[in-house]
Design a protein around this ligand. Structure first.
Ligand code: SF4
Length: 388
């Protein structure tokens, strides 16, 4: 999303609430960043009430707010709990705020009861799927080391059979970068029409990445070029987040500010299972960082956005993030498109929120924009030539 620039000071507004209904995940992916994924804790409905009271009713939200249930496997908590949680949030939601519900799930628990819930509440569904079995099962495994491909695909088939729209998030590793054609053909064969590419990140408790190697930049660019070529020549429309967002940014006129939610206070609010409130990159909450109060800036029991903005840990983190954004602005040719990157990746990769370039941004910001611009310039994205 882009916004017009004018002289009006920007008032921080919460647009995305990332809510952790449980710490627990029923599988154990090799690249997972969550430190407490084996801990079985569920959010109390009293905390959901506080979320409604302290956030939705605070006056600090945008008119359109999306709640994403994530950071642990959200479907470990039963559908009945969500029925109650959605009702609580609807009760607290002011008339002018449009509230959308979303889940990001590993898909292994989706069945008819989930399909009913998703349909009844128009829940936007994202499923983590790393492609064909060999790629998916190499990283996305159960606690006893078995692949989860069959269970994830079974969940996806429930969505397909019900005609429910969904997207998949595919984490790219060094193995997948050689498989652009295989991935594209897999999605086509399975009826998957919307894909977001993440990269195997050095983040949180995951301190290594197969992409942290010489030659990754070139192989990532080659992967994306080939994949987008296949998309451009596909018989049916196929949506790729990286392409859609890049094209929107390229089409924006110079007076338009391209926002970066991850560095804007409040734009993303993260609420953990205990009601702790954070902002900036959602992955920051709970990171070991005493200087920033482990990014648990305030608890909903004690206040909402206003209390967060006054919290000493927040203020220190904000100052460091602003320093990082300023350093990016002064040094990086991709700054207009990126807006200073992802604080969580800066911290995990370099130990500092004030850092600039990371592996994450070289791939997901710099390489993505370069590849999309090259495709447009080469006339491989029909109708886009004038935008380049
Ligand atoms: S691409 Fe990297 S270095 Fe450039 S602005 Fe973004 S985070 Fe900063």
């Amino acid at each position: 999303m882009v916004q017009a620039s004018d002289a009006t000071p920007v008032v921080p507004r919460a647009e995305l609430l990332v809510v952790q209904p449980t710490t627990f995940c029923n599988i154990n992916c090799t690249y997972c960043y969550l430190p407490e994924r084996s801990v079985k804790k569920r959010m109390e409905l009293r905390t959901v009430e506080l979320l409604g009271e302290r956030i939705l009713q605070s006056g600090w939200t945008a008119d359109d707010v999306t709640v994403v249930w994530h950071a642990g496997e959200p479907l470990v908590v039963p559908p009945e709990w969500y029925e109650r949680a959605f009702a609580v949030l609807a009760r607290h939601c002011p008339p002018k705020v449009r509230l959308a519900q979303a889940v990001q799930t590993n898909g292994t628990l989706i069945d008819a009861s989930w399909v009913r819930l998703f349909k009844a509440h128009d829940v936007r569904v994202g499923v983590s799927l790393d492609g064909p079995r060999v790629l998916h099962d190499s990283r996305r495994r159960s606690r006893n080391g078995r692949g989860t491909y069959d269970r994830t695909m079974a969940g996806i088939r429930y969505l397909l059979d019900a005609g429910l729209p969904f997207h998949v998030i595919t984490v790219l590793t060094s193995d997948s970068l050689a498989c652009a054609d295989e991935l594209f053909e897999f999605y086509q064969a399975e009826g998957i029409k919307r894909v977001c590419f993440n990269v195997e990140e050095i983040e949180g408790v995951n301190q290594t990445s197969s992409l942290d190697a010489k030659g990754t930049d070139a192989s990532f660019r080659a992967f994306l070029s080939r994949f987008l070529e296949r998309v451009a020549n596909a018989p049916r429309p196929f949506w790729v987040r990286e392409l859609a967002t890049s094209v929107a940014m390229i089409m924006a006129t110079p007076d338009v500010i391209i926002p970066n939610q991850q560095v804007e206070p409040l734009a993303i609010l993260t609420i953990d299972v205990d009601g702790n409130l954070s902002t900036f990159s959602p992955e920051l909450i709970g990171s070991h960082a005493p200087e920033f109060d482990d990014f648990r800036f305030v608890n909903l029991k004690d206040g909402g956005p206003e209390a967060l903005l006054a919290a000493p840990g927040f203020r220190r983190a904000h100052a460091a993030i602003v320093a990082g954004v300023d350093a990016c602005r002064n040094s990086c040719p991709w700054f207009r498109w990126c807006g200073g990157g992802a604080p969580a990746n800066k911290l995990s990769e370099t130990g500092s929120l004030a850092a600039t370039e990371t592996l994450y941004c070289r791939l997901t910001k710099q390489a993505v924009m370069d590849v999309v611009l090259s495709q447009i310039e080469a006339g491989r994205l029909p109708g886009m030539e004038k935008a380049a």
